[in-house]
Design a protein around this ligand. Structure first.
Ligand code: ADP
Ligand code: F6P
Length: 503
């Protein structure tokens, strides 16, 4: 394991803390979402700087509050200011109305406005400058997620000599989808300016390599187990799979605490010990929340004996509310909840309990512990950390996970979980039924397996694997090897270590 000599400089659009106005005053609040949860836990014992957008406040207020937030942490925050127009065109526009839907295979939700692209480039350059200003050649600049796909290129342009790596937290689409992007070639070529590219699953990595094959034919790829190495114009980029995870012991220990156990017992008591099905998501159309609600309705229609005995608790954290698609989703979800409750509620039993707010870690763990089933029905999801958090919280090993096959987590958890197609509503209903009647020995065997996987593949091992790959990457190609890589050899998925041409 190679150690970083310098500092870690993490860069992400969102910091784990955000400045928001409450009662007219700027205040720090916790960010929700997988990136913030995962990175905040690995960062706790690291030294370095986390660069990101701090929220809609002026730079001076942001700097003061971020300095306050840095107290008691081993690292500091550096804010990157964004104007209202940039937030609208870079974050809401390019990132969340183009890349987010396209990379989740939902092109009809995209708005390919060329102005979004202009602002995306400008903001990526600004993030690169902010990171480069503080990085030496011994440091590693680790950029995160689809907001910052061009930053590697701008880091080179401003002359940064730091090591560089990029991790994509969301899926990478297949060529038929990616090709719809008007700026497809610029984005792929910019990604190849990073020294290391990390993806959540092998599927995402191979999709990326297949896109290169079609769109950047001048690049060549060598299989270099467990990575691929792509060469382009004298530069070399290592490409690997690094499934992100959670701080397993931290979640498990907190879930085992007396306060969480007491809270879970109390909640179950209040529900009259109904069988509890739990959904926890950001309010996002990729999470398949309407599909899950409709599947729950099918369950109650098909198995009347479950009425009065099963309750669905659906917790959603508000997300990207300025984007029209997200506003519509909220209306759709709330209408479905009220329709289903209207159809089935009887004295002493409400089938769906619905919460639309941010929860504390303790509250979240209380619901995880109280639940009998976690249900994850994402239509597409880079990983889905909720599934892993739920397993970590199952200290009595009794919960069952029902999970969509289109999540990154399903690749790791498929042998212990019940895997469903989120478009197959009747299939989801059957999986919930199966979980309801599953013998306790089977539940325990499955949950033990899931917990073993997540305990071993935790967020620290994810970060270590990425850092080790970044620090052992040679980015410049020796002249001879560069000439050699032009050979005409077939592509990608074979596990052998032969040279492979992307062309
Ligand atoms: P995504 O990154 O797309 O939001 P993940 O499932 O990977 O999806 O991560 C979601 C993260 O947000 C998890 O760490 C989860 O605990 C957290 N979270 C989800 N809902 C809430 C909520 N209502 N309150 C607080 N945190 C939440
Ligand atoms: O996991 C994908 C992701 O976009 C993360 O980058 C982010 O932390 C999370 O979802 C929440 O999204 P946003 O930062 O847009 O609120």
């Amino acid at each position: 394991m190679k150690l970083l000599e310098g500092r870690l400089i993490a860069v992400s659009n969102r910091l784990p803390v955000e400045v928001k106005f409450r009662a007219g005053h700027p205040r720090l609040s916790q960010s929700a979402g997988g990136l913030a949860t995962a990175l905040d836990s690995i960062w706790r014992n690291s030294h370095g700087v986390w660069v990101g957008w701090a929220g809609s406040v002026d730079s001076e207020t942001a700097a003061n509050l971020l300095q306050k937030a840095s107290r008691g942490r081993s690292y500091s925050f550096k804010g990157v200011p964004l104007t209202r127009d940039e937030i609208s065109k870079f974050y809401s526009g390019f990132a969340n109305e183009i890349i987010w839907p396209l990379f989740h295979d939902m092109p009809s939700r995209c708005d390919f406005d060329p102005e979004f692209w202009e602002v995306y480039q400008r903001v990526n350059r600004r993030f690169a400058q902010a990171a480069a200003e503080m990085a030496s050649s011994k440091d590693l600049i680790w950029a995160h997620d689809y907001h910052l796909m061009l930053m590697g290129k701008y880091l080179r342009e401003v002359g940064s000599t730091a090591h560089t790596g990029f991790f994509l937290h969301i899926p990478f689409p297949a060529p038929d989808m990616f090709e719809k992007l008007p700026w497809r070639r610029q984005i792929l070529r910019a990604l190849l300016q990073y020294q290391l590219l990390g993806f959540q699953t092998d599927r995402d990595r191979y999709n990326f390599l297949s896109c290169l094959e079609r769109i950047v034919p001048e690049a060549t790829s060598v299989r270099d187990d467990p990575y691929n190495t792509v060469a382009l114009e004298g530069l070399r980029t290592r490409v690997g799979t690094f499934p992100i995870s959670i701080a397993f012991e931290e979640f498990a220990n907190h879930a085992a605490s007396q306060e969480v156990e007491a809270g879970a017992n109390q909640f179950r008591h209040e529900l009259n010990n109904k069988f509890l099905v739990l959904g926890v998501d950001r309010m996002d159309y990729t999470k398949g929340i309407p599909e899950r609600l409709k599947a729950f309705r099918i369950l109650l229609r098909r198995y009347p004996e479950l009425r009065h005995r099963v309750t669905l608790l659906q917790v959603v954290v508000p997300s990207r509310e300025e984007i029209p698609n997200y506003k519509e989703l909220r209306r759709e979800v709330e209408l479905l909840v009220s329709q289903i409750n209207g159809e089935f509620t009887e004295s002493g039993w409400v089938p769906i309990h619905y919460m639309h707010r941010n929860l504390t870690r303790k509250q979240l763990l209380t619901y995880y512990r109280a639940a009998d089933i976690a249900i994850i029905t994402s239509l597409k999801d880079g990983m889905n950390l909720v599934a892993k958090e739920f397993c970590a919280a199952q200290v009595d090993e009794c919960g069952v996970v029902v999970i969509s096959e289109f999540t990154g987590a399903a690749a790791e958890l498929q042998h212990g979980a019940l895997v469903v197609n989120p478009n197959d509503l009747a299939g989801i209903a059957e999986a919930i039924y199966r979980a309801c009647v599953m013998p306790v020995e089977e539940k325990r065997a499955r949950m033990r397996l899931l917990r073993d996987i997540i305990r071993t593949h935790n967020v620290q091992s994810w970060a270590d694997a990425f850092l080790n790959a970044a620090l052992t990457t040679e980015s410049a190609i020796p002249a001879k090897a560069h000439e050699g890589s032009q050979r005409d050899i077939p592509l990608i998925a074979s596990a052998s270590s032969q040279d492979q041409r992307i062309a």
